[in-house]
Design a protein. Structure first.
Length: 217
């Protein structure tokens, strides 16, 4: 018989502003079979940084940036849970590997499980208004860059890649895209995976951002 064993649990570091939250979340995740919780002082490189705070502060960004520097070649993906994320904070967080944002006022422990599962599989999770804000920022930056340099992106995409990326940019998930384009879900996942791999991107959010930034959508 052949075949690989079960996937390695995602290594997660929990960063919080108080010890009570850290202990509660860490204890909950310790029972999660697909997660391996590392201590903040570990020398191991995490796959995911889970940062939980009331408000996003410069101290949080400092911690995330330090972890990113320490994991050269394989930066951790970032999950932020906080009350709010401003446009400037969103841009800064994306540079540090943001893969998911969850409003703290609405979050439950089960929601944390779900979002970690999504991110561990290479996915992303953003509230639709935040995704719209991100796309608007990228569009503005692209036009400013083109006006400053006179350059126009020359990269091109296959027709079906454009179709899938447009659906992603509109906020649709895999099954919704498959239904809209009359593809199988497997085909949609394959198209997205190929694009992300070919362009050396992090996740679906990064793929949409890259396509818009380079004038492909």
């Amino acid at each position: 018989m052949s075949g690989s064993g079960p996937p390695r649990p995602a290594r997660v570091i929990v960063l919080t502003e108080d010890s009570l939250t850290e202990e509660a979340v860490t204890a909950h995740l310790a029972a999660h079979a697909r997660v391996d919780v590392l201590t903040p002082d570990t020398v191991e490189h995490p796959d995911i940084l889970l940062a939980i705070a009331t408000e996003i502060t410069d101290e949080i960004f400092t911690q995330l940036a330090r972890r990113a520097r320490e994991s050269v070649g394989h930066p951790p993906r970032v999950v932020l849970i906080a009350n709010n994320l401003t446009p400037s904070q969103l841009s800064r967080a994306m540079e540090l590997g943001l893969a998911a944002f969850v409003p703290r006022r609405q979050v439950r422990l089960a929601d944390i499980d779900n979002v970690l599962d999504v991110v561990a599989r290479g996915g992303a999770s953003m509230p639709q208004p935040l995704m719209g804000c991100l796309l608007e920022q990228i569009r503005d930056k692209r036009w400013r860059d083109q006006e400053a340099t006179g350059d126009v992106a020359s990269a091109s995409l296959a027709v079906r890649e454009v179709a899938v990326l447009r659906q992603l940019a509109a906020g649709f998930n895999t099954s919704e895209i498959a239904a809209a384009l009359h593809y199988s879900e497997r085909t949609v996942k394959h198209i997205i995976h190929q694009f992300i791999t070919r362009c050396d991107l992090r996740n679906r959010v990064h793929a949409v951002a890259y396509a818009i930034q380079n004038g492909l959508l």
